[in-house]
Design a protein around this ligand. Sequence first.
Ligand code: KG4
Ligand code: ZN
Length: 364
Amino acid sequence: MRDRIILGLESSCDDTAAAVVRATPGNPCGEILSSVVFGQDGLHAEFGGVVPEIAARAHAERLDLVTRAALVEADLALGDIEAVGVTAGPGLIGGVLAGVMFAKGVAAGAGLPLYGVNHLAGHALTPRLIGDVAFPYLMLLVSGGHCQFLAVEGPEEFRRMGGTIDDAPGEAFDKIAKLLGLAQPGGPAVEAEARKGDPVRFDLPRPLMDRPGCDLSFSGLKTALRRVRDLIVAERGGLTRQDRADLCAGFQAAVVEVLAIKTHRALEAFAGLHGRSVLAVAGGVAANGPIRGALQTVAADAGFAWSAPPLALCTDNGAMIAWAAAERMAVRAPDGMDLGARPRWPLDTDATPMLGSGRKGAKA
Ligand code: KG4
Ligand code: ZN
């Protein structure tokens, strides 16, 4: 077996991304030759959330540009590429469709094998792209659209141990920011405010603690915070800077505690199945300092090693899709030109579907 150079394409939400990754037999991880992400924050800012039609159009317009940029950055031509991996779901269907159609064009035009990749598998396999992490390990995926604990048992074997029954935590951070008049995306803004606040001034709930297992819920927390805000506004006509900081600190402390306790439970359940291994995190929320710190402590206390990708690989990118395609290549034949785009695509098909669909698309 020789090296494989794979082009990875991602367009399932609001980032148009392409990357070139080299997978070398015998090397436990991959080598990222380039990774380019064209974000869309500016296009959606005035709407307070991702507008699917605008996202789909922007992906369709930019996929060729981002691919060219990734090839230039890797100093390669299309002729050097040996396979194309593309996110085929889950996500906003217009964007996924744009990516799949573009990837089919590239694959057919250049005579390359095509691999449809599950976006969540891309996140879940990232620890193996960047390090020597063996199966099985526990992944906590915490982003604006997803929140789930996955036992990653093989390139295509995932066991969902728990997940959110309503909002994803990033979605909650974004909504809280909107409620308090802070900038989007809300996570970094709320984290910055929280540094100046008192986390115990307001008594906010820790949802779903009484339920055994590691399912999570964040929408009640958001509602509780809105009530506190409305009460202050009704009594005093508005929020002071300190009120805002204290609300952010209280909210963040609640999320930290909920994630820490549920992660502890997930680690115990995982250890019961597979023994102690690695806790890996991915998704934009894993960029949050206090959340990351708490999870790292929980992992160490439970005797697990820790794997957290650099931020650029926590959030959506093409490298994780190229790597997931490389992992798929080892175990299955390429997809055909009938590859479809799937708005929903649970990684663990045996698990009961989680409720609802988030602001950024289907949750599981
Ligand atoms: O993984 P990601 O880039 O995109 C998807 O949702 O797929 O995650 C973006 C989410 C947003 O909701 C954003 O507010 C949140 O991650 N986020 C954070 C932080 N940085 C980004 N949440 C909390 N603290 C942060 N520092
Ligand atoms: Zn993602």
